[in-house]
Design a protein around this ligand. Structure first.
Ligand code: NAD
Ligand code: UDP
Ligand code: UDP
Length: 327
């Protein structure tokens, strides 16, 4: 098949492309390199089955594809709040354009939505039927509400235009290739511990999250895309940890004598989050297989090699430090 992956040079997108290339598909990777990077897909450049397109999804584009995985959107609060108007444009106009494309070429359209559609949830764990508790005017709204509109658009294109859609709600996912300056909790703690800096726990650290390793997530994507189910389907690891527990686990693995520094809790930070994955289990026979410690070991090894390169003056990494490049 010819498969378009938007956001393909990003963290999850590049792991998805590795799987699709290994399965001998023809892959079009579309990205504006806001938080994505060419080095994530470097090994496929020059492969006749691979094509890289530098493009911003907020602008229309005409391409041909059988399937579209639509991931283009910054995912870390630090990055999506950097230019919130751009984030909402990416979610609304970008998703509209990709649905218009799917309609024109009769491609199956897969939306990478998020557990953020549940906001600060009042139902725990979260099932797909829960409609969420989202602040429409807060600093996370450009992302949360943007993804909610993206889901609405997908379902309306299905009802109105017969576009085949697949919608996943991704819970916190981690793994190799996250940026050092990503700002999300797993990468922050690992980078801080490796640099012998204090780990920054926001609030008291009693808020919870569930962390899914990226290869498990990609397996779920491929199963849903090729199933007869539309979704939405939660994909995530149901093992729930407090942020303080995560900090202690990472500290023990890297730097047991390191410090923890408490910083203010950001506005609208969800207090608890854990997926109910009954739907993924029954529809797709899917559940995560990589335990937290094992996934962290692999992720730490990846960061360690990059951070060692950085201290020895590796120029390739210099552009990942500081603000993301302007979109
Ligand atoms: P990422 O920031 O690494 O990847 C996003 C990619 O999209 C980057 O390559 C970026 O350059 C590209 N992009 C952003 N705006 C674009 C635009 N306007 N046009 C073209 N390309 C654009 O983040 P990720 O963690 O890989 O997330 C991928 C998708 O999964 C996102 O849609 C995100 O909302 C969703 N998601 C991720 C998580 C998670 O825990 N990682 C959780 C929930 C949802
Ligand atoms: N679009 C696109 N590529 C295509 C087809 C459509 O980028 O191959 C864009 C199109 O420019 C429009 C959006 O997708 O902005 C929605 O398209 P649709 O045909 O659904 O709506 P219309 O163009 O009629 O408003
Ligand atoms: N967090 C933290 N220290 C950090 C980064 C994040 O304590 O250095 C907390 C953050 O407040 C949130 C949780 O970790 O409660 C997960 O944050 P992340 O940004 O990874 O994802 P999200 O809030 O979108 O789930």
């Amino acid at each position: 098949m010819r498969i378009l992956v938007t956001g393909g040079a990003g963290f999850i997108g590049s792991h998805l492309i590795d799987r699709l290339m290994a399965e001998n598909h023809e892959v079009l990777c579309l990205d504006n390199f806001f938080t994505g990077h060419k080095r994530n897909i470097l090994k496929w450049l020059g492969n006749p089955n691979f094509e890289l397109i530098r493009h911003d999804v907020t602008e229309p584009i005409r391409l041909e594809a059988d399937q579209i995985y639509h991931l283009a959107c910054p995912a870390s609060p630090q990055h999506y709040q950097y230019n919130p108007v751009k984030t909402i444009k990416t979610n609304v106009m970008g998703t509209l354009n990709m649905l218009g494309l799917a309609k024109r070429v009769k491609a199956r359209f897969f939306l990478a939505s998020t557990s953020e559609v549940y906001g600060d949830p009042e139902v725990h764990p979260q099932t797909e039927d829960y409609r969420g508790n989202v602040n429409p005017i807060g600093i996370r709204s450009c992302y949360d509400e943007g993804k909610r509109v993206a889901e609405t658009l997908a379902f309306d294109y299905m009802r109105q235009n017969d576009v085949q859609i697949r919608v996943v709600r991704i819970f916190n996912t981690y793994g190799p290739r996250m940026l050092e300056n990503d700002g999300r909790v797993v990468s922050n703690f690992i980078v801080q511990a490796l640099r012998n800096h204090p780990l920054t726990v926001y609030g008291t650290g009693s808020q919870t999250r569930s962390f899914c390793y990226v290869s498990d997530l990609v397996e779920g994507f491929i199963r849903l895309m090729n199933s007869d189910h539309t979704g939405p389907v939660n994909l995530g690891n149901p093992d729930e940890y407090t942020i303080l527990q995560l900090a202690q686990t990472i500290q023990e693995m890297i730097n047991p004598t390191g410090e923890i520094k408490y910083e203010p809790l950001p506005q609208d930070d969800p207090r608890r989050r854990k997926p109910d994955i009954t739907r993924a289990k029954t529809w797709l026979g899917w559940q995560p297989t990589v335990p937290l410690k094992e996934g962290l070991t692999r992720t730490i090894a990846d960061f360690r090699s990059r951070i060692t390169g950085e201290t020895s003056g590796n120029a390739l990494l210099a552009d990942t430090i500081g603000a993301p490049s302007s979109p």
